[in-house]
Design a protein around this ligand. Structure first.
Ligand code: NAP
Length: 428
């Protein structure tokens, strides 16, 4: 039987699990793919580090870059991480030297995916990155293969398990952001430095990759990104009273030949499908023609789920399935118009913390009407004996820039005691 020699570079959370998995499942993978996946070499930063696995000394490369030069190696699995440094060097050199590459590195693909794809195509090798978007959820393979017949209009969903865990725990356990974050760190759902999960940049990287696959375009950095750090318990409770949950969602959609990419906390109906996805789960919803709406849901991170995606990519290479990294050739990928969301219409939730005095509410509603934003619902919640009040307004659909203008105008008023909130609503 044919054999493919593999080098696994990076033996952290993911690399360790993958190494063990491939050794344990070599026979069944060989039978399924009619080709043997043979792990010939490994590398990590510190060879002397104590690891939870036994590796024969002869498997260790002296230097990780040797994998890119070795004539014996067919396929390099990059599991170092980061858009720059050793991961970048490894993947560029590997493709230039005609090695297939499998990576879980969303930061690298979001930044250099277009350049890397051109090199892979020129050298007729695979560049596979299923594990870079939503871990075990097979969304990239679904877009490239199962849904190939479709013109995609929209892709959206929950692409980050840490933020979903935090928001759903704040909702279900009525805890505040800090308490839940501390809990998530203890349970291993949040990293020691969770900023990429909380500020939306992790979702942004994933969404850029998905957009380019859905719309046959190059990766585009015109994306609106907000994280969840400003969401507090009062927002969660007000949203709940109004029939909504708050989720960090990513959206990429084609509207009138323009693409809008956005990542932000979003109010969605409690009864909606996305509203029911709690905890660390991810869910991707794809609207395509002729298929209609498809949903894929599952574990978005962790060594087991990520290994599932990596093995799917490795198997594709074992079967000799050489294809374009982004579905179509780089020559055919298009430069589309990616527009800022300021001209897109939204219905929104706005919350103002104000001094509880007469004239405040009428001043706020006057500013809304002067700026052509009509109010659908209004809730006023005075805090007894404190002389302050929360005013929550749900608007009808209006341009994003009008909503932001209102926030700016009202922020400057003397009666405002905290920065006002704007959370967009999704009606699906
Ligand atoms: N963790 C997840 O749930 C998850 C999910 C989806 C995707 N991913 C992606 O998977 C990748 C790996 O994540 P991880 O959680 O496994 O990271 P990790 O635990 O930090 O492991 C990184 C590995 O890279 C090695 N490394 C660092 N610099 C190196 C160098 N110069 N040469 C060779 N090896 C080097 C480290 O070596 P030492 O062991 O010697 O320090 C370590 O083994 C990242 O791109 C991440 O975004 C992770």
């Amino acid at each position: 039987m044919k054999k493919i020699n593999i080098a696994i570079i990076g033996l952290g959370n993911i690399g360790t699990y993958l190494f063990k998995y491939l050794n344990k499942n070599k026979k069944i993978l060989a039978k399924k793919n009619n080709c043997i996946p043979n792990v010939l070499y490994v590398s990590a930063k510190n060879k002397a580090k104590k690891r939870d696995l036994k590796i024969s000394k002869k498997l260790w490369l002296k230097n990780y870059l040797e994998a890119t030069k070795s004539k014996e190696i067919d396929l390099i699995v990059e599991l170092i991480g980061g858009a720059e440094g050793p991961a970048k060097k490894l993947v560029f050199n590997a493709l230039k030297n005609k090695k297939h590459v499998v990576t879980a590195n969303k930061a690298l693909i979001a930044k250099y995916g277009d350049k890397l794809a051109k090199i892979a195509e020129a050298n007729k090798v695979n560049l596979e990155f299923e594990a870079s978007v939503c871990g075990g959820v097979p969304v990239i393979r679904s877009l490239k293969e199962g849904l190939i017949a479709n013109k995609i209009n929209k892709v959206y969903g929950i692409f980050n398990g840490t933020s979903n865990y935090i928001l759903s725990s704040m909702t279900n356990r009525n805890q505040n952001f800090r308490e839940v974050l501390a809990d998530a760190k203890k349970l291993g759902y949040a990293e020691a430095n969770p900023s990429a999960d909380l500020n939306g940049s992790d979702v942004s990287d994933k969404l850029k990759i998905l957009s380019s696959l859905c719309f046959n375009s190059f990766i585009n950095n015109n994306i609106h990104v907000e994280g969840i750090k400003n969401i507090d318990k009062d927002d969660i409770n007000f949203a709940s009273r109004l029939g909504y949950k708050i989720k960090l969602l990513g959206f990429s959609e084609l509207l009138n030949n323009n693409i809008y990419q956005r990542v932000h906390p979003t109010l969605i109906k409690k009864s909606s499908y996305v509203g029911s996805i709690d905890g660390v789960l991810n869910a991707v919803i794809i609207d395509g023609d002729p298929v209609g709406r498809s949903i894929i849901q599952g574990e978005g991170a962790g060594p087991a789920a990520t290994t599932s995606a990596l093995v799917s990519d490795i198997s594709s290479i074992l079967r000799g399935n050489i294809k374009f990294p982004f579905s179509i050739s780089s020559k055919e990928r298009k430069k589309l118009k990616f527009k800022n969301i300021s001209e897109r219409n939204f219905s929104a939730y706005l919350r103002f913390e104000v001094l509880d005095k007469s004239g405040v509410l009428s001043n706020i509603t006057k500013i809304f009407s002067l700026n052509k934003v009509s109010i659908k619902r209004l809730v006023q919640n005075p805090k007894k004996n404190k002389g302050i009040s929360s005013i929550v307004i749900i608007t009808h659909e209006t341009k994003d820039r009008y909503l932001n203008k209102i926030i700016k105008l009202i922020s400057n008023k003397a009666y405002i005691i905290k920065n006002p909130k704007l959370i967009r609503i999704d009606q699906n």
